[in-house]
Design a protein around this ligand. Structure first.
Ligand SMILES: Nc1ncnc2c1ncn2[C@@H]1O[C@H](COP(=O)(O)OP(=O)(O)OP(=O)(O)O)[C@@H](O)[C@H]1O
Ligand SMILES: [Mg+2]
Length: 376
């Protein structure tokens, strides 16, 4: 390419570039200032040429900037980002400061060193990141509040069902039994009605208890996490026919209510998923406390799934599980293969002395009757 054409192409490229391009000499005076630099900094080219580079930098950075440039001039590589992972600050003619993503290169011409910086105004990008970060934090706070309200409501309805409806049904059962003994009748149809009423009442009492426990097992509030987990594992085994074991350090499960509720719901979701999706024959829950950390592992020997796949539109279980754990500053890891799935949850918990003893409870798929500690 002829020299004059090359110069013309270079000049037009410089002025059509989306980034500001500025070259300074070894005395850090501006020798090249393209059109985007003019609009970015508010100085006309004629004003900028010959001016010190510090014109474009807030005063508090002058010292460190000059040093960085000197140091860079001594480096072997003539090209690099000006600040890795860091945005540098520019100053417009108006005095307004703004964030810049900059890269720098140098060349030596006629024994003089020239530095060229390519600058991109990242004000909008940083603002978008800020907005996104804020909006994520707000969504998290909203999700936490919604979860809290839901849990509160579930607890209230479970109590009402248990205390009000449950008690009334028990009284009614006793009254029917009283009537049966105090209304002498030789009519077989009357006796059959009494029997039907008693059976119906028994089934209704059982359904009320089941609905209340499914909403929120009262033992979680009354007796604590360990009995509630035992109940959960037994119920899951009974309903699904999957043999399920629970190994836990019971004493280590004396946790603040926020943690207890989260742990219970997390194990409940993992077990529900096993029952719904895994086609497993065995499942295991393990909870180990190590000083101020708690590790929960829920695993199955089912068909597995691709945990890296995008979330299905109507699937919120694992998302909620992750959300609960992240609210408590914990971490979730899902390892899944065709041999089964393992969900590992690591949670920091308020530190206290290591409680002694570990309890292990094993429940087969044929477990019967209410779990230990289930209030009537
Ligand atoms: N233990 C598991 N074994 C096999 N597949 C699983 C297991 N756990 C989850 N999955 C798969 O991951 C998907 C997402 O699970 P997630 O709990 O988020 O949603 P869901 O169970 O489908 O619905 P939801 O929990 O909202 O009622 C499931 O649809 C299932 O395909
Ligand atoms: Mg689920």
């Amino acid at each position: 390419m002829p020299q004059d054409l090359a110069t013309a192409v270079a000049a037009s490229t410089l002025d059509s570039a989306m980034d500001a391009i500025i070259t300074v000499d070894d005395a850090q005076r501006i020798v090249l200032f393209n059109a985007t630099a003019e609009s970015m900094f508010g100085w006309a080219r004629a004003e900028a040429i010959g001016a010190p580079l510090t014109t474009l930098i807030p005063a508090r950075f002058h010292g460190s900037h000059a040093m960085a440039l000197d140091q860079f001039g001594g480096e072997a590589s003539p090209r690099r980002r000006m600040a890795e992972d860091r945005i540098v600050t520019g100053r417009r003619r108006s005095g307004e400061e703004f964030p810049i993503d900059a890269s720098i290169s140098y060349l030596t011409h006629d024994d003089r060193r020239y530095f060229t910086v390519i600058l991109r105004d990242v004000t909008l990008r940083l603002r978008a990141i800020d907005d996104l970060t804020r909006s994520r934090a707000e969504t998290k706070a909203l999700a936490a509040a919604a979860q809290d309200a839901l849990e509160h409501e579930k607890r209230r309805i479970a109590r009402e069902l248990h205390d009000e409806l449950g008690q009334s049904l028990t009284m009614l059962t006793m009254d029917v039994a009283w009537c049966r003994t105090h209304i002498p009748s030789t009519d077989g149809a009357v006796a059959a009605h009494f029997t039907r009423m008693e059976e119906l009442l028994k089934a209704t009492v059982a359904a009320t208890r089941r609905i209340a426990s499914d909403l929120r097992p009262l033992m979680l509030d009354d007796l604590g996490l360990a009995p509630a987990l035992e109940w959960l594992v037994q119920t899951m085994a009974q309903r699904s026919g999957i043999a399920c074991t629970l190994a836990m350090d019971e004493a280590a499960l004396e946790l603040p209510q926020l943690h207890s509720t989260a742990l219970f719901r997390v194990v409940q979701e993992a077990l529900t998923n096993i029952a719904k999706h895994a086609r497993a024959t065995e499942a295991a829950v393990e909870i180990v406390r190590d000083a101020d950390r708690l590790r929960v592992v829920v695993r199955d020997n089912g068909i597995g799934f691709d945990a890296g796949e995008p979330r299905k539109p109507a699937s919120f279980g694992l998302l909620g599980l992750r959300e609960r754990v992240s609210l408590l500053q914990g971490e979730v890891r899902i390892d899944s293969t065709v041999q089964g799935t393992r969900i590992t949850i690591d949670l920091p918990v308020p530190g206290e002395d290591e409680p002694p003893g570990a309890a292990a409870v094993t429940t087969g798929g044929d477990a019967r009757g209410p779990a230990r500690g289930e209030p009537s």
